[in-house]
Write a protein of this length. Sequence first.
Length: 315
Amino acid sequence: MDWLLSPPTPEAGSLLRREIGTYLTRHAADAGTVPQAELTVSELIMNAVEHAGGPIWVSVDWHRTQPTITVHDLGPLFTPDLTPPRATSERGRGMWLVSQLADDLAVAAKRGGGKRVSATLPVARSVEKSFDPPARITDPLPAPDEAGPDGFGRETLLRALLVELARAVEDGAGPQRAQDLVAHVGATVGGQMEAEYRAARHIVGRLSAEQLAECYVRLKAAAGGDFYVIEVTDERIVLGNRRCPFGDAVRFSPAMCRITSSIFGGIGARNRGTVTVDLAERIAVGDQQCRVIIDLNPGPDTEGHRYQRPQTGQP
């Protein structure tokens, strides 16, 4: 789950804190643990609002038993002061309080500037399936300044339709359903892109790691991205990206990154059986470039979205 805090004000931060609290409550095994987690969320968000001085993105990753919250901003890096504040002190409690309420508090620099602050929230997921709350409404796409002399072009319009369709599903059935559909579409389209690559290169049989990397870069270039290879081994592929196919609009809808994950994951799984895709850095959350790690031989605790080859009985 991803949110853009816009505008980055205390009032907007309070609204987002309540929205995330509602999300946690709907999924928590014990609702009594949510207030402590929500206080942690509030402290992290308000710390960014006070010190970042610019855009803020908030992500909650709940693929493990307990969720991890990550707050991205473009403000200066800091070292959290975890010494207990004096009883009379009115400031300096935030990071110390987070360290008492949550686990794994970490502050890391973004390679292109800014930082990310993360912590594991003290709440466990319920085994019951539940819809997330509808996402916050943002300005519709395409933006007026994207229009040319004859109006909006085909690529801009199709991009806008895809983003708004995903949002409509979120509003009607919840973000989990929207994510499932986006992942399904991405995996299906990825299969067609893989077939085109095989035909162009006259390849039969399982794609090697080098061929997978070339396939990923080729299909993203055709879509308007600027992906390039950082590392290729038989164990993993690491790709960078200097330009998102969705343009600046992706900053208003970070969940669209799941399209990249599902396309790469679907192609990888068809050739390797099981892969994970970790969107380690994303333009959508303020990083200057994307950094995508495709693990071709993942263990049970490997980070990222996990994809498996369907057991269809087909070769």
